[in-house]
Design a protein around this ligand. Structure first.
Ligand SMILES: [Zn+2]
Ligand SMILES: [Zn+2]
Length: 165
């Protein structure tokens, strides 16, 4: 019963804790398996999304990508995000609009996880728990829906901010 372990979060805005039992798809493997053309710029963007300890928005993604390829532009970033999202390889999140209307992207995980946002410092904690899977199954059977997407975002004050008060 340790799937929901909460780790100390980083106070840097948008930082997530990915060290817990949340395993992500290998985007490169999935793209290869699905015959998606892998250009140099796509490889770069996919690598950044895959390895990022944060949930990145399109502008942050562009900023990091430009460090390796100064020719990359926002249109390529958006096109690549749309491609990955369209193929179900990444999730798009709004993270309770902590930073306005931005959307954040992350490689899909093997099981859904919840996001807990701190309104004070902006830390984002990723949380997974088998109860969430059970709740989804219950909702599916009660509603008769075939559930394809499930999002649970909670907001509050993280333990670090709470103890600093
Ligand atoms: Zn906090
Ligand atoms: Zn996440």
């Amino acid at each position: 019963m340790q799937s929901g372990a909460l780790l100390a979060n980083d106070s840097q805005l948008g930082r997530s804790t990915t060290e817990m039992a949340i395993s992500r798809l290998s985007l490169m493997e999935e793209m290869t398996a699905r015959g998606i053309r892998i250009t140099k710029q796509r490889r770069l963007l996919v690598g950044i999304i895959q390895d990022s300890p944060r949930h990145l928005d399109a502008f942050s993604l562009l900023k990091v990508a430009k460090l390796s390829d100064s020719n990359i532009n926002l249109a390529t970033v958006y096109r690549t995000l749309a491609l990955l999202k369209g193929r179900g390889l990444i999730d798009e999140l709004d993270l309770l609009h902590l930073e306005g209307e931005k959307h954040y992207y992350e490689a899909k995980t093997s099981s859904d996880h919840c996001h807990i946002a701190c309104f004070n410092c902006g830390a984002i904690l990723e949380y997974s728990n088998p109860l969430f899977e059970r709740l989804k199954k219950k909702i599916a059977s009660d509603s008769g829906f075939l559930i394809r997407v499930a999002r649970l975002e909670l907001g509050g004050v993280c333990s670090r901010c709470a103890s600093a008060r």
